[in-house]
Design a protein around this ligand. Structure first.
Ligand code: F6P
Length: 502
């Protein structure tokens, strides 16, 4: 089952023939398209939607049983059928599932948190000053985003660093400023089989000289033991949590160490606020469900190929990178759950950058380029600084851009003509603290899941990344001079590299 495109197409045709700005005067529009929960609001008022189109989308949400599919997620049903697994990231932060599976997962999450606390207390009592969290993809992007956004104001007493790329320059650059005797290293890898993390892990183990300050977070205890990390320095992950949904687990230990216990707890509490809302709010007032409907509408009905994530808060500079993985690894699928080909475009390309900087780089293309880009503007109402003029300027730019994109401005001079008609959503946080950030990230997680239900695809596998990994493994010996691998073009490049390396 997936969204009925022909049913919705007439609404899309009608609305595409209507100037976007002409929709804004509709009675009741603002109230209907503005929803609030968990310390944030979602405003879809500048989407190319009107009441009949929204009603049709909500009818599809009803037909596809989105609320009960959301319940299935929380109860630990196997929503990831290609790996026969549930996706119980919600059990890491809230206790809303009644099934034995969900309850067991929640109990395991609580036990792991207790162990994480005990290890955090040990570290806090010692002489360690710096923490390096080594991981990539889901074992990096979420914790890195949260620490970057909130670390400065956290009560944690450590400087927290991240190492992801297998490029040795990243390690060299990081280690230059660190003292091995005062550094602890967390190796974060659900599989404990990821090339980048294992190579960087070995590099850091050698650099530490003494592996007493080496910890692991993984679902693969035997591999961590093989690597030489004893069980008392390993925190668990589970196959029922996807990497890109895992920052709430011990994968986010770096967040706990940077923000302090209260900060980490508040992050989880904010996500739990959004969980409760996503699970029980009526569809027409449900932030996650409405966000998902707008996303699928833009992609499948209006054929908008990309989504720009535009945080107007410097502290959220890493949000586009986090959402790139969350959205594109989850929704980058071309077959449905039963293996049949989808009959629509699915994942948008996700990109973006902070405002106002981005206004002076790529916004030209947003306003006058040939391709329409859907935008998510994210703003924070109350700042955590005293520079009132700066904050007013920031917010005025945020508001101006979404209006200019939607309404445009006519000019007889084609170079100065702004076509408008470019839709956006606006998410406003009351302030940027751990609780609201937790809610924001959970909102996107739930929206992504509901988009996958609308398209009938699996949001929780990522088979597409495997082929490249296999080929890289085959090419590795060839790069050190032994054996042949790759097709004729790859071999040509290999030969040139070897020649240049002498
Ligand atoms: O290659 C993709 C991926 O499997 C992601 O899904 C995951 O977040 C990342 O690699 C890291 O995986 P791991 O935590 O197992 O090292």
């Amino acid at each position: 089952m997936s969204i009925d495109l022909p049913l919705l197409a007439s609404h899309a045709h009608r609305l595409q023939a209507t100037p976007l700005a002409a929709l804004f005067g509709d009675a009741g529009r603002a109230e209907r398209l503005l929803v609030q929960a968990a310390g944030l609001s979602l405003d879809l008022g500048r989407q190319r939607l009107d009441a009949p189109a929204l009603d049709a989308l909500l009818a599809e949400a009803h037909r596809l049983r989105l609320p009960s599919r959301m319940r299935a997620l929380f109860e630990g049903e196997p929503v990831n059928p290609t790996e026969s697994r549930p996706a119980l990231h919600t059990a890491l932060r809230s206790d809303l599932g009644a099934s034995a599976t969900a309850r067991a997962a929640h109990a395991e999450a609580l036990a792991a948190r207790q162990r994480m606390e005990a290890l955090s207390a040990e570290l806090e009592q010692g002489s360690i000053t710096d923490i390096v969290s080594v991981g990539i993809g889901g074992s990096d992007l979420g914790p890195r985003l949260v620490v970057d956004a909130l670390g400065e104001r956290g009560s944690g007493r450590f400087r927290v660093h991240f190492l992801a790329n297998v490029d040795g320059h990243a390690a060299a650059r990081l280690l230059r400023g660190l003292d091995p005797s005062r550094t602890a290293v967390l190796l974060v890898s659900k599989s404990f089989g990821t090339q980048e993390t294992l190579l960087n892990g070995r590099l850091l183990r050698d650099w530490l000289g003494d592996d007493a300050r080496l910890y692991a977070i993984t679902a693969n205890l035997p591999r961590a033991a093989e690597f030489g990390i004893p069980g008392d320095r390993v925190l668990p992950m589970w196959d029922w949590v996807g990497g890109r949904y895992s920052l709430w687990s011990a994968v986010g230990w770096s967040i706990r160490l940077a923000l302090g216990r209260d900060g980490f707890d508040a992050l989880l509490a904010g996500a739990a606020d959004m969980d409760a809302h996503a699970l029980s709010a009526a569809p027409a007032r449900n932030l996650a469900l409405l966000h998902a409907l707008a996303a699928v509408w833009n992609r499948s009905l209006l054929a908008i190929p990309t989504l720009a994530v535009l945080p107007y808060d410097d502290r959220l500079g890493l949000l586009p990178a986090f959402l790139q993985q969350l959205v594109m690894e989850s929704l980058g699928k071309r077959v449905r759950l039963d293996g049949s080909a989808v009959d629509t475009e699915t994942v948008p390309v996700v990109w973006g950058g902070v405002g106002t900087n981005s206004q002076h780089s790529f916004f030209q293309a947003l306003h006058q380029g040939t391709q329409i880009v859907a935008c998510d503007f994210i703003g924070v109402i109350a700042p955590d600084h005293v520079h009132v003029d700066n904050h007013r300027a920031l917010l005025s730019n945020l508001l101006a851009q979404s209006e200019a994109l939607a309404c445009g401005r006519a000019s007889a001079d084609p170079h100065r003509h702004y076509p408008g008609g470019r839709p956006s959503s606006m998410i406003l946080l009351e302030r940027l603290d751990a609780r609201r950030l937790g809610a924001l990230l959970a909102l996107y997680e739930h929206s992504v899941y509901l988009q996958s239900v609308l398209w009938g695809i699996n949001a929780f596998d990522q088979w597409g990344v495997e082929l490249g990994k296999e080929l890289a493994d085959q090419l590795l010996p060839a790069l050190s001079g032994s054996g042949l691998a790759g097709d004729s073009l790859t071999r040509d490049v290999l030969a040139r590299i070897r020649k240049a390396q002498g």
